[in-house]
Design a protein around this ligand. Structure first.
Ligand code: SAH
Length: 400
């Protein structure tokens, strides 16, 4: 096995069990390794000189040159390793009462579950896997077998077409790894609301499971309110707002296919008052202005935009975009109204996000206070050693 020799002092983050080795931390590679191969990660100089501190996957084209599989140098990285890690991730969720009974569930949340580059989501009896690193890609078959064993699901779809794969030198890969496409639609029931999940053509693995708790929280405060749901995708927040008794829900998204699914989802739930829902295909930035010019007002505005800052280099431009939509949201709120605002950009931390929202309130001339801090659901855990895992953050804010 090849050895990745670290530069002096660069073992520190590893000792804190952070799983990434950046380009600048690598002194040299001893021996040969192809992308995705397992290498020993060895301290260069100082107290730990020559010691193997971890085993990780080599990824020469990525700025993250290696991702740690195991901090135990004696642990073999083989089929049995993936069986153990996958089974542990699945068991972790089964042990959390709040996740019981959910038929849409993230089973593996990458680094935070000790499996860098591996995402797996379960929708009913289908599991969708997304591999985003060279190491994960290499172990596709082992991961597939482990998932099948841990879940008992006979259907497993590979949705490894995320654009982040390019950074790892990987092409998009999609297709059935186990079983085949079901005859009808894939449906889940999220807290009593039926939703169709398009695992082949939808975003990510088909659905934004990370917002489950926040959609439920919205339902609890929606009664009697006029709601504007911006970036509605397939209507997750919209339908929960209707379930909570919202008087009207206007939903905006720029994707016609997403809105088609949203309408179909509403039809799947005859218990909801469909006459209260309106879907608009529009650019949210423009629609917010248009609504303002039309003198519209809302009791509750949801802003759940796509990742404006995919990496640290986009932060400044992203901050302006977040500020712009939050400003638009604040301007539309009736007195006493609520804004549920989110960012899923890894590059925008909780504090920065809060200061952007504060700046938007100030510019809108609104006094506002934080009612609740919002985060990803429990099946999207954040490993303490890996704060980067906390990408989703949100604020529920009330204006005077
Ligand atoms: N809130 C959703 C997830 C939102 S994902 C849920 O709970 O499922 C972000 C959505 O924003 C996507 O559906 C995408 O089509 C949409 N989008 C991206 N840019 C947009 C823009 N400028 N205007 C309107 N919608 C946009």
């Amino acid at each position: 096995m090849a050895k990745l020799i670290l530069r002096p002092g660069k073992e520190k983050s590893l000792l804190r069990r952070h799983p990434w080795i950046f380009e600048g931390s690598v002194d040299h590679l001893e021996g040969r390794a192809r992308p995705g191969d397992t290498v020993d990660i060895v301290a260069g100089a100082g107290r730990y000189a020559g010691e193997v501190l971890a085993k990780g996957a080599w990824s020469p084209s990525s700025q993250i040159r290696a991702r740690v599989w195991s901090f135990d140098p004696a642990e073999s990285i083989d089929d049995a390793f993936f069986k153990r890690r996958v089974a542990a991730a699945v068991a972790r969720r089964a042990a959390l009462p709040e996740l019981r009974g959910q038929d849409g569930l993230r089973l593996i949340h990458a680094e935070s579950d000790g499996l860098p580059g591996v995402i797996a989501d379960q929708y009913g009896d289908t599991v969708v896997v997304q591999l985003t690193s060279a190491g994960a890609d290499k172990w596709r078959e082992a991961i597939a077998g482990a998932l099948q064993k841990a879940t008992g699901c006979a259907r497993l779809y590979d949705r490894s077409d995320s654009e982040v794969r390019a950074r790892e030198g990987l092409e998009p890969v999609t297709g059935w790894l186990r079983g085949e496409a079901p005859e009808g639609d894939i449906l889940i029931a999220e807290n009593g609301v039926r939703m169709k999940v398009d695992i082949v053509g939808g975003h990510k693995t088909g659905f934004y499971l990370d917002q489950r708790d926040n959609r439920l929280a919205l339902r609890d405060i929606a009664a009697g309110r006029r709601v504007l749901n911006c970036f509605c995708y397939t209507g997750g927040f919209s339908l929960q707002a209707l379930a909570g008794g919202a008087s009207q829900v206007i939903s905006v998204d720029s994707s016609e296919p997403a809105l088609t699914t949203a309408r179909a989802n509403l039809a799947l739930n005859p218990q909801l008052e469909s006459a209260r829902a309106e879907w608009r295909c529009a650019n949210v930035f423009e629609e917010l202005r248009r609504l303002r010019e039309a003198g519209e007002g809302f009791d509750l505005v949801v802003l759940d935009p796509p990742k404006f800052a995919p990496s640290a280099s986009h932060v400044e431009r992203a901050a302006r975009a977040y500020k712009d939509i939050n400003l638009g949201g604040f301007k539309l709120l009736k007195p006493g109204g609520l804004l549920a605002t989110y960012s899923c950009s890894g590059g925008i931390g909780v504090e920065l996000f809060q200061s952007i929202v504060a700046g938007a309130a100030c510019d809108a001339g609104r006094d506002a206070r934080i009612v609740r801090r919002l985060q990803g659901a429990a099946d999207h855990p954040v490993a303490l050693a890996f704060p980067e895992g906390e990408y989703l953050k949100g604020l529920l804010v009330q204006v005077d």
